[in-house]
Design a protein around this ligand. Sequence first.
Ligand code: ZN
Length: 374
Amino acid sequence: MKKILALSFIIISFQNIFSQETTTRKDSLQGGLRPERTCFDVLRYDLNIKVNPDEKSVVGYNDISFKVVDNTSKIQLDLFDNMQVDSIVFNSEKLNYKREFNAVFINFPTSLKIGTNEKIRFYYSGKPIIAKNAPWDGGFIFTKDGQGKPWVGVACQGTGASLWYPVKDSQSDEPDFGATIKVAVPNGLMEVSNGRLIGSEDLKNGYTRWDWEVKNPINTYSINVSVGDYVSIHENYKGLDLDYYVLRQNEVAAKIHFEEVKPMMDCFQSKFGPYPFASDSYKLVETPYLGMEHQSAVAYGNKYVNGYLGTDRSGTGIGLLFDYIIIHESGHEWFGNNITSKDSADMWIHEGFTCYTENVLLNVNLVTKKGNNT
Ligand SMILES: [Zn+2]
């Protein structure tokens, strides 16, 4: 027995040596909070881009409004190094910048003064990385729906929002006054982002731009783009706007299946407080990947079946009483989006409490089924 234990210890020790990961400069630029990041507080993002599903490309700009928290002449933003920085403009002048991995260090001609509000326009373009296994790795998904129409999504939790747009890519800083997300897509397709649709415009060049506005602070990985041949289903439930954007071919299935949302809302609101983003509405958006907690625009890809893609991961039969993705990703609206950890190393706060919401809902569901509401 002792020999086996000793051997196990040696094997484990070797495994530790070989699996030990070292923190790189690139990691520290992504996860750390240097003065170039803490010297400013983002107030708002105004994103205006075009997505070309054929080229699998993105081009446009992000207007980044921020408050200067410490006098500085240099700030750090982030954009993955496979994407091109076209120019960065401040007060009509192009700024100098230096790239290091996915960080972009931007120099101002004179020091920005503490307490002032500033804005830069960050032009960029490129072909963002394609996800191999969304949503577990980050990247875009360019695919086709069952009718052969383009269907595009992006999931970037963990990998970083800066894989597709220039941003202060840290969970410690959300835009205090929300964001606008304006996305032009080929005519005949619709684009859905977070918040409320404030308009659309035919750009007369084969593209239509869809404009969305988020009024609440939002974590950077939640800011999202979905493109498809969508139809919308609108309901108002007890004063809350519920909007579902689903592929045209799935409209009937969605109308029936998403009836699950109402009892879930009743449960979550009674146990965890009002839905946190009522001014931005609650949405489910059908996506070509399983799901993600995109704030006020929850990504849904569970194929209109209960459980986890129709399977009961609990092995008890209970898992098939509800749609796991609707429940789990919506639970994140309270734990993950309303309460967001400052550092992604503390993501257990998002996942741990959201797993708890699943169990609360399950218990309420079972008690209700027994006819015992006490
Ligand atoms: Zn989760």
